[in-house]
Design a protein around this ligand. Structure first.
Ligand code: 5RP
Length: 218
């Protein structure tokens, strides 16, 4: 089966010890680090922005996967790119001109992703899928870590995998929210090749072993 990338979300990390948390991820089997940016408008929570991204970037050469849960993200793409993002993922629901925003991300030298909420159908991606480097299915309603996995995400993953395959291109298929050892195998089997995991990793007794456990599912 295809290689599986684990992207631990630092939303669940200890922010007072971010350097140590990042160093732990550097030593782990996680290929990516997931950065959850929330604006208190698109989602009912505020997380962090550029200073935290810059701080993590200072301590790692790993791939930084930035998930923007913000309204009209086109206002800030250049600054996220300059702050160290490798992938910038915007929400389809938050972009009045989605195609233009995807092109803007690429023009800043980053890979471009689009995320969809649990209530948004995969079909919304049909007309942009060929332009994407990554498509992300939210398996919780965005805004908070530690929520319960919505199992319908597994069927959505299979639908998105079929859409990606129809392009003939290599496009990452990422799942975010409530990922753990119980659902990770089914998600990978349905076609996901990037799994975000926040609380499952950081609340575990041995985060590096937990990451290795998820990677080993592939
Ligand atoms: O985007 C997010 C919330 O909006 C988080 O990345 C996601 O919820 C991961 O956290 P957990 O693994 O604890 O569910």
């Amino acid at each position: 089966m295809e290689k599986l990338i684990i992207a631990p979300s630092i939303l669940a990390a200890d922010f007072a010890n971010l350097a140590q948390e990042t160093n732990m991820l550097n030593e782990s089997a996680a290929a990516w680090i997931h950065i959850d940016v929330m604006d208190g408008v698109f989602v009912p929570n505020i997380s962090f922005g550029f200073p935290v991204l810059e701080a993590v970037r200072k301590h790692t050469t790993k791939f930084l996967d930035c998930h923007l849960m913000i309204e009209k993200p086109e206002r800030y793409i250049a600054q996220f790119a300059a702050s160290g993002a490798n992938m910038i993922t915007v929400h389809a629901e938050a972009c009045p001109h989605l195609h233009r925003t995807i092109q803007q991300i690429k023009s800043e030298g980053c890979l471009a992703g689009v995320a969809i909420n649990p209530g948004t159908p995969v079909s919304i991606l049909e007309d942009v899928i060929g332009d994407l480097d990554l498509a992300l299915i939210m398996s919780v309603n965005p805004g908070f870590g530690g929520q319960k996995f919505i199992s319908n995400a597994i069927q959505k993953t299979a639908k998105l995998k079929a859409l990606i395959d129809s392009t003939g291109k290599d496009i990452y298929l990422e799942i975010d929210g409530g990922v753990n050892q119980v659902n990770a195998g089914a998600l990978h089997h349905a076609g996901a090749n990037v799994l975000v995991a926040g609380s499952f990793v950081f609340a575990s007794a041995d985060p590096k072993a937990t990451i290795q456990e998820l990677v080993s599912l592939a």
